[in-house]
Design a binder for this molecule. Sequence first.
Ligand SMILES: NC(=O)c1ccc[n+]([C@@H]2O[C@H](COP(=O)([O-])OP(=O)(O)OC[C@H]3O[C@@H](n4cnc5c(N)ncnc54)[C@H](O)[C@@H]3O)[C@@H](O)[C@H]2O)c1
Length: 261
Amino acid sequence: MTGAPSFALDERVILVAGGGNGSGRECALAYAAAGASVVIGDINVTAAKAVGDEIASRGGNAAVFEYDGSDLDSVRALVRFTASEYGRIDGLHNIAGNPTLHERDLDLLSSEVSTWEDAFRSHFSAYAVAAQEAIPVMIETGGGSIINTSSGMAISGDAIKLGYQVGKRAAELLTMHIAHAYGRQGIRCNALRYGVILTANAKAHLDQAFLDDAQDRNWLGRLGEPRDPAGAAVFLMSDAAAFISGQIIEVAGGKMSGIQG
Ligand SMILES: NC(=O)c1ccc[n+]([C@@H]2O[C@H](COP(=O)([O-])OP(=O)(O)OC[C@H]3O[C@@H](n4cnc5c(N)ncnc54)[C@H](O)[C@@H]3O)[C@@H](O)[C@H]2O)c1
């Protein structure tokens, strides 16, 4: 077949876990603009409702569900809500992190086992459990696309945020595992590995010296905006990415994570 590849998401149902703010909000809006019905899950239900209202005001279809990514039963409930509301799940986008960890997720000698466990639960187990619930539903309707959210810290070996590094590295391994284990049943799974994206969360927790340094070293000479991951996300959810799975795609302005300079 010839012609332009299709980025359309008409008739698809996409769950954005963490879609109330930041890049999650932008991806949810982009999916809806591409034709998808979108379920916005978030701990901040007010923010999620605002995104749902914005989608509806543009003629799109959205539903909202309050959940907490640090509570795995709550993650399961989010996926089950999506399946019961729409009868199918074509896309699952795991975005939410755990901003409450910033102050206590430090270096090895200065942090507690409970912090590493909390980080692992939010960045790996929550993503894994969401996929565990969604994949059988996807397979029933012929397959689906899963996107996990990683960070340059998955491979940077930073001297802080040990739990976060482990959680994000695990999310990348989960991505490859899902792609390999369920590819023949129509499941594709990829990860977006972010550089610094100037979300409200990032602005609140990253100091100016760090941001200036990251911008200086960035090959495009700027930091990411919340909208920046949305193009890659729509692509990965669409038929244009039909032969792309198990990939860790950097959304980082050209700077290779883990490589200084
Ligand atoms: N912003 C960056 O610079 C950056 C860099 C690398 C990776 N990341 C990753 O990208 C993702 C998005 O990051 P972000 O900066 O937008 O911040 P974030 O993860 O805190 O916010 C995204 C959304 O998740 C929601 N959320 C937060 N905690 C939640 C919980 N326990 N349960 C459900 N929803 C919750 C927030 O309300 C928000 O709407 C995270 O996984 C983060 O680790 C971000």
